[in-house]
Design a protein around this ligand. Sequence first.
Ligand SMILES: Nc1nc2c(ncn2[C@@H]2O[C@H](COP(=O)(O)OP(=O)(O)OP(=O)(O)O)[C@@H](O)[C@H]2O)c(=O)[nH]1
Ligand SMILES: [Zn+2]
Length: 200
Amino acid sequence: MTKPARPANSTAGAFDHERVEAAVRELLVAIGEDPEREGLAETPQRVARAYAEMFSGLREDPAQALTTTFELGHDEMILVKDIEITSTCEHHLVPFYGHAHIGYVPGNDGRIAGLSKLARLVDVFAKRPQVQERLTTQVADSLVDLMKPTGVIVVIEAEHLCMTMRGVRKPGSKTVTSAVRGQLRDPATRSEAMSLIIGR
Ligand SMILES: Nc1nc2c(ncn2[C@@H]2O[C@H](COP(=O)(O)OP(=O)(O)OP(=O)(O)O)[C@@H](O)[C@H]2O)c(=O)[nH]1
Ligand SMILES: [Zn+2]
């Protein structure tokens, strides 16, 4: 049975460096390598440090990313385009990377978010084992939760290394996912938002 995905704001247990190091050492033996040879001797520790960074979002709360908001009385769409993202495919544990575009129309209070905080919010979810669709909806749903905006659109375009370096080997293929909430579901506003995002 497929287990349900971890809820957006749950916090995972502490990162166990020693256990990751032991697992990487074991992995090296399993692929026929010598984990004691000079070039690999420190690899388990390096990989543990890298994983701690790549999966740091498991222990982060999205509410802590969206800390700074301003009461501006703004009621038009705000769009932050081309936010670079790197995440990790949960099926193969290799990266997928590309760009996120986040647009929203503030709620009735006209409250807006600090621009950098939107990029921080994406990272909370990107730094977890992911599939692109869930990453996209988690960003949209947490923005709805935290900002109570009138509308939200999140578009992510990414290249998956699991499709380029191995398996089907189709370099250059891009996956585009979107999540649209509230007023931006209206076909006219949605297509205006999409043309701002896609029209470069
Ligand atoms: N929908 C979706 N699929 C993904 C994502 N990342 C990887 N996948 C796909 O997950 C699928 C896993 O398929 P499996 O048949 O279980 O694994 P596999 O034998 O390694 O598959 P191949 O990649 O086709 O060699 C593959 O089709 C991947 O392309 C993602 O973010 N979203
Ligand atoms: Zn994959």
